[in-house]
Design a protein around this ligand. Structure first.
Ligand SMILES: Cc1cc2nc3c(=O)[nH]c(=O)nc-3n(C[C@H](O)[C@H](O)[C@H](O)COP(=O)(O)O)c2cc1C
Length: 175
């Protein structure tokens, strides 16, 4: 992608954008009968009608080829107790758990057959609408075909750390 703006140092950009709390999700797909998953916080509501999610994944990640092949992907929104799963699908080695491995006690198939985290706070099953190359990342737009949600609190990522919401709610509600 051609840059038309004066460029900002990537580390400065990451430090600044990390001041915005983001959800912690696992993006999954299925290709050649193999399950793929990656921890992704760059997930956004793009359209309500039709329901469309946007997901940004680093172009070096092996899941990219699998998503393109499958043309479907799921997004499982994690809760505070699930940071170990977030680490596993970010490639971090932990005692007794290989990176990027699906624990069948925690994962099941969604309606589309792709993996969904059983205890997820919310889940979104998507059909791939488009892929756009944007610098270091690919931007996927997915038409949401099935959703599920609970009242559980989400796990957040802020300034490089996992966080949870405080018990206090601000005044006012927004859709
Ligand atoms: C909380 C968290 C959020 C992340 N968000 C993204 C993201 O939005 N997009 C992305 O491409 N990688 C994201 N990553 C990094 C990838 O999960 C990680 O680089 C990827 O799984 C590949 O691992 P590797 O670099 O060890 O091969 C995130 C990691 C963590 C821990």
């Amino acid at each position: 992608m051609k840059s038309t703006l004066s460029s900002v140092d990537a580390r400065a950009f990451i430090r600044a954008i990390s001041c915005a709390a983001t959800p912690v999700t696992i993006v999954t797909t299925l290709a050649h009968d193999l399950r793929w998953g990656q921890t992704v916080s760059a997930v956004s509501r793009v359209s309500d009608e039709p329901a469309v999610l946007g997901v940004c994944i680093n172009r070096r990640s092996p899941i990219n080829a699998a998503i393109r092949h499958s043309a479907d992907f799921n997004v499982s929104l994690l809760g505070p107790g699930h940071h170990g799963t977030a680490d596993t699908f970010a490639g971090r080695r932990q005692a007794g758990r290989e990176p990027f491995t699906f624990d069948d006690t925690q994962w099941g198939p969604g309606r589309n057959g792709l993996p969904v985290y059983t205890d997820s706070v919310a889940s979104f099953e998507c059909g791939l609408l488009s892929v756009t190359d944007v610098g270091s990342h690919h931007l996927y737009l997915g038409e949401v075909r099935h959703v599920a949600h609970t009242d559980a609190e989400p796990l957040l990522h802020l300034r490089g750390s996992y966080r949870t919401l405080s018990a206090h709610h601000m005044e006012g509600q927004h859709a």
